[in-house]
Design a protein. Structure first.
Length: 245
């Protein structure tokens, strides 16, 4: 498959990944009805041959289709089309995007404020080290691992072990969501900037700035998710506003 350029948000064209190209083709075929609900998709090997990509690339695309609610995987039988359009609430492991956003708004925003008030020098050193590694990391999977560790460490910096336990409980879902956003929403660079703003606020001990930085980070996560699920559609006004309540 020849990769093509794609524009996002009216900016400069970017080179899309092989996984995104495969996903886009399959998603379009499902939404146009070329692959009907209930129809079985070709095997990973067949799709790999058709698109001239590795089976691992196909596997990633199929995972993304499943997260969007477009397909379902049946053990020993294959992958089947489950819906003609994406689910408005993608699922990442045990939790949906709505589950994650609701919890994160009520946990991670105040956690950021506590972290700014209670941080120790060891906390500051660790967070500064992590954000530096994330900004330099070139491997997408390694970056996602660092991303989940970063959010866990912010919770730890709050000084309340219950907050850390909550983030650890949803860590796998956060990693799946982060991978999804990076692959389809080109989020890594922007996430690094948002994480850096949060670390800077925590280092300064500014509760207000830390809360604002985390709120902005979660808002951008929500906006990107919405853009992936419903390309071109505006975010409902009451959704983005919830973050600032």
């Amino acid at each position: 498959m020849v990769l093509s350029d794609s524009r996002t948000g009216g900016g400069a064209p970017r080179r899309i990944s092989a996984m995104e190209a495969v996903l886009t083709h399959l998603r379009d075929a499902i939404e146009r009805g070329e692959l009907a609900v209930g129809e079985k998709l070709p095997t990973e090997a067949e799709l790999g041959k058709r698109f001239e990509v590795s089976r691992s690339v196909v596997r990633e695309a199929l995972r993304a289709l499943q997260a969007l609610g477009l397909t379902v995987s049946r053990a020993g039988k294959g992958t089947y089309v489950a819906a003609s359009g994406p689910d408005q609430n993608p699922v990442f492991g045990a939790y949906s995007s709505r589950d994650l956003l609701e919890v994160r708004r009520h946990v991670e925003i105040p956690v950021a404020g506590y972290a700014a008030l209670r941080r120790t020098q060891d906390d500051v050193d660790l967070l500064t080290h992590l954000i530096g590694k994330m900004e330099q990391e070139s491997d997408p999977a390694a970056w996602v691992t660092l991303d989940t560790l970063f959010h866990t460490c912010v919770a730890q910096t709050s000084g309340n072990p219950v907050f850390r336990k909550i983030i650890e409980e949803i860590r796998d879902a956060l990693a799946r969501q982060s991978t999804f956003l990076n692959q389809l929403g080109d989020r890594r660079r922007q996430s690094d900037l948002e994480h850096r703003a949060l670390v800077d606020a925590i280092v300064r001990g500014s509760e207000g700035a830390a809360v604002q930085a985390m709120a902005a980070h979660l808002e951008h996560v929500e906006i990107t998710l919405h853009a992936i699920v419903r390309p071109g559609a505006a975010l409902p006004p009451n959704e983005g506003e919830k973050i600032h309540e």
